[in-house]
Design a protein around this ligand. Structure first.
Ligand SMILES: Nc1ncnc2c1ncn2[C@@H]1O[C@H](COP(=O)(O)OP(=O)(O)O)[C@@H](O)[C@H]1O
Ligand SMILES: O=C(O)C1=C[C@@H](OP(=O)(O)O)[C@@H](O)[C@H](O)C1
Ligand SMILES: [Mg+2]
Length: 168
């Protein structure tokens, strides 16, 4: 059985849907941001502050290379599916789901969040430009694109389970 990766922009629901998938299926669930925070004993903003974004990106790739659990659900961070090396690592070891959400929904969810350093550093226009720049990468990384607009977390998780059962 392969891993199940959730990719997409900040606020598209990777962490929340990963948890819901775990509740519905019992498959072990890991959030990359949480795992990296635990490993470093620091929050994500602290890692960005003290070591810089490039170092955080290395930690993300190391996670994909070294994490031992084979059959699990992985909520990636929004920058993971941007790097070609990461895309290869994910596609070799699992099924990749891109959670597509509108920038409008995303902005509503993340604009006031202090735990996402990139949101803290960016204006709305800058963040929308990043969203547009990253979207082709997410599409390229994914085996499946999931349209999330107007859907509940459970609706989305059930759709993903349906696709996994067909695919495995
Ligand atoms: N389809 C959805 N319906 C309702 N709330 C959602 C949906 N997707 C995400 N959310 C909420 O938006 C917020 C950000 O989601 P999160 O899972 O942290 O995103 P990500 O991990 O992709 O950055 C959370 O409070 C989450 O519960
Ligand atoms: O898009 C990004 O570059 C990031 C997304 C975050 O994860 P979420 O997508 O879960 O917010 C987290 O990894 C970090 O703040 C950087
Ligand atoms: Mg998340």
């Amino acid at each position: 059985m392969k891993r199940i990766y959730l990719v997409g922009f900040m606020g598209c629901g990777k962490s929340a849907i990963g948890k819901r998938l775990h509740t519905l299926t019992g498959i072990p669930f890991f959030d990359m941001d949480h795992e990296i925070s635990e490993q470093m004993q620091m929050t994500i903003p602290e890692i960005f502050d003290q070591y810089g974004e490039l170092y955080f990106r290395q930690l993300e790739t190391e996670f994909l290379e070294k994490f031992p659990e084979e059959y699990c659900i992985v909520a990636t961070g929004g920058g993971v599916a941007v790097k070609e090396e990461n895309i290869q690592l994910m596609r070799e070891s699992g099924i990749v789901f891109f959670l597509n959400a509108s920038f409008r929904d995303i902005w509503r969810r993340i604009s006031t969040d202090v735990n996402r350093p990139i949101v803290q550093q960016s204006s709305r226009q800058e963040l929308e430009a990043l969203y547009k720049k990253r979207k082709p990468k997410y599409l390229h990384s994914a085996h499946f694109t999931v349209e999330t607009t107007g859907k509940s977390l459970t609706d989305i998780a059930e759709y993903i389970i349906f696709q996994i059962e067909r695919y495995q």
